[in-house]
Design a protein around this ligand. Structure first.
Ligand SMILES: [Zn+2]
Length: 400
């Protein structure tokens, strides 16, 4: 009978001596099959036992019942150096009250759900479940080499706490969509230290760095990645042009507050023209054809033609020619809000043009951002950044 139990238990270091099956729990008494202790100080074997204690350790459930292993724990004495030490089993850490496989099982239950759910389901305290989650997520992350193959790196910010202006940035392998890390700080100095700490080989292997129009990102990339082409994310710089258009609309609204035609127009203007419904498009064309809205029409057309250039299948050289021409046309208009965009464009031009080389963008981060929001929504207790970071990394890495 005990052989059958031993086969089921599948812990070859143990010999089962007695089993008690109750309604809610199963108790299994075991002896060690190990013939001698190995001294942790001098690594000599010893067979001298000073005393024997019992140690209770929880293991994986059997048929829905909690399982407790009552382990024989011998205290050995090293004949060589005199050290006293307790029996060590490979399936449980010293001091731990759970087998490693049971901890790992509980850890996996934590993925994708709020920890509180596991606390209730498995009847452990929150602090026990949280400790297991922290320990095993850190361990599984350390086992995967997320950084090794990175060639194209994207950085973007995510809002951590709504309305508090609290931002973190996320680092993404743009080729695989894998999240690499979450950082609490996005200042240039912090980023330089962070990237340099990853080592020279890593810094040298980065060929593409895609980011927002932010001095800190660009400055850090220039300082750390000698071989990287810095690409300004097209969605971010295009957003600046959308802003110019929206500001023009707002100014008009202020100038003619009673004009019904101008109401509810924001997204019709911002959306790409080819995505508009036929009636929306007709309505917009009619509005923009009126002479009093000439200015709005000009900025709208500027936005549309800029977007068209970004989407055209042209060489970087052709893109540069077209964008130069586009700039000249807008400069001639000398429009307040377009001028703001032109200033931004010229300041970052070199990196904006890099987009046309391989057309890298942070588009992928949009989806990542949405998933992070979902994780945040169901998880409480993420006020501690490090805890939040681990959770996000583990859930995205799919290494559980
Ligand atoms: Zn020793």
């Amino acid at each position: 009978m005990n052989e059958l139990y031993e086969e089921l238990l599948n812990l070859p270091e143990l010999e089962i001596t007695h089993v008690s099956v109750g309604d809610g729990q199963i108790d299994i008494w075991c002896r060690s099959r190990l013939g001698a202790g190995v001294c942790p100080s001098c690594l000599k074997q010893t067979k001298v036992v000073n005393q024997v204690q019992e140690r209770r350790v929880q293991d994986l459930l059997i048929s829905g019942r909690a399982v407790y292993l009552h382990l024989e724990s011998r205290q050995w004495v090293c004949e060589d150096c005199g050290r006293h030490f307790y029996e060590r089993y490979s399936f449980v850490e010293p001091q731990s009250r759970m087998t490693q496989r049971y901890e790992q099982y509980l850890y996996r239950r934590c993925i994708g759900v709020d920890l509180q759910y596991v606390v209730v389901q498995y009847d452990h305290s929150w602090s026990v479940i949280n400790r297991i989650f922290q320990k095993w997520s850190a361990r599984s992350l350390s086992e995967v080499n997320l950084w090794g193959p990175v060639r194209a790196l994207g950085i973007d910010e995510i809002a951590l706490y709504k309305g508090r202006g609290n931002y973190a940035c996320v680092l993404v392998n743009l080729e695989t969509g894998q999240i690499l890390d979450l950082l609490e700080d996005r200042t240039k100095d912090f980023l330089i230290n962070y990237f340099q700490a990853r080592g020279e080989a890593f810094c040298n292997q980065i060929e593409v760095f895609s980011c927002d129009l932010w001095e800190g990102y660009v400055g850090a990339a220039e300082a750390c990645f000698p071989k990287a082409e810095i690409v300004l994310d097209r969605f971010h710089f295009f957003a600046q042009l959308q802003k110019a258009l929206d500001n023009t609309r707002k100014a008009l609204r202020r100038a003619c507050p009673k004009e019904e035609n101008l109401k509810g127009l924001k997204w019709t203007l911002i959306r790409p023209a080819q995505h508009l419904e036929a009636d929306q498009k007709a309505q917009l064309d009619q509005l923009l054809a009126q002479p009093q809205y000439l200015e709005l029409k000009q900025v709208y057309q500027a936005k549309e033609s800029f977007r068209a250039i970004c989407e055209e299948e042209i060489t970087p050289q052709q893109a540069q020619t077209k964008l130069n021409q586009w700039c000249e046309e807008q400069q001639a208009l000398d429009h307040q809000f377009l001028n703001v965009f032109l200033k931004t464009f010229h300041r970052w031009k070199k990196y904006i043009l890099n987009y046309f080389n391989e057309r890298w963008s942070n588009g992928i981060v949009e989806g990542i951002n949405n998933r992070i929001k979902m994780i945040k929504r169901r998880a409480f207790g993420f006020q501690i950044f490090e805890r939040f970071r681990l959770r996000i990394l583990v859930e995205f890495a799919q290494i559980h």
